[in-house]
Design a protein around this ligand. Structure first.
Ligand code: ATP
Ligand code: MG
Length: 182
């Protein structure tokens, strides 16, 4: 059999359609806050939300909106620095964690985050990528990507069907809000 007569190898390549990552774009801090307010309003209790993105990408701005959606005045929200955790009382308790200054995973043991993530409150964690182990298997991860000027892309990775539903609701409501921002 010559080289030309050999059976060509069966291709085993499977072409998967790329899965669209749910995302949206905002063009101001107020818009990012409005997105988060919608999410806060939809939270039912027990949600864990990780925020990931470079310095100044809008994570704390998002937490302010989330707080508003839970009935907490946004002026009360500031990034926890030395304490790492702030708690706010709203319609549901909001636990705001910022892991930026966390430099040893050991420090996590003292935080007692499980207490919050397993409680009926909402836990939002800035710099969640610094300690991904703190996130329970079901959670929502939001990546903040600065675009030019004041534009930011917010990309959502829902882990668990409850969070898939929450993101779908958020995107639908955000589309409605942009048509009629009252
Ligand atoms: N589209 C936008 N969304 C969010 N913030 C924006 C936007 N455009 C401009 N900004 C500005 O970017 C800054 C975001 O600051 P913020 O403290 O929320 O960032 P951060 O991600 O929490 O940073 P850090 O990692 O330092 O905590 C604010 O000054 C805000 O006014
Ligand atoms: Mg911050």
């Amino acid at each position: 059999m010559s080289r030309h007569e050999t059976t060509p190898p069966v291709s085993t390549t499977i072409h998967l359609r790329p899965v669209e990552e749910p995302s949206l774009e905002t063009d101001s801090a107020a818009a990012t806050q409005a997105v988060a307010r919608i999410l806060g309003d939809r939270c039912a209790g027990g949600e864990v939300i990780g925020l990931v993105g470079m310095l100044g990408s809008g994570k704390t701005c998002f937490v302010k909106g989330l707080a508003e959606g839970l009935g907490v005045a946004s002026e009360k929200v500031s990034s926890p620095t030395f304490a790492l955790i702030h708690e706010y009382e709203g319609r549901l308790p909001l636990c705001h964690v910022d892991l930026y200054r966390l430099n040893a995973l050991d420090a996590l043991h003292g935080l007692g985050l499980e207490e919050y993530t397993e409680s009926g409150g909402i836990t939002v964690i800035e710099w969640a990528d610094k300690a991904p182990a703190v996130l329970p298997s079901h959670h929502l991860l939001i990546r903040f990507e600065p675009l030019e000027g004041d534009r930011r892309r917010l990309a959502f990775s829902p882990h668990g069907s409850r969070y898939e539903l929450l993101v779908a609701e958020l995107l639908a409501r955000w589309a409605g809000h942009r048509m009629d921002p009252r």
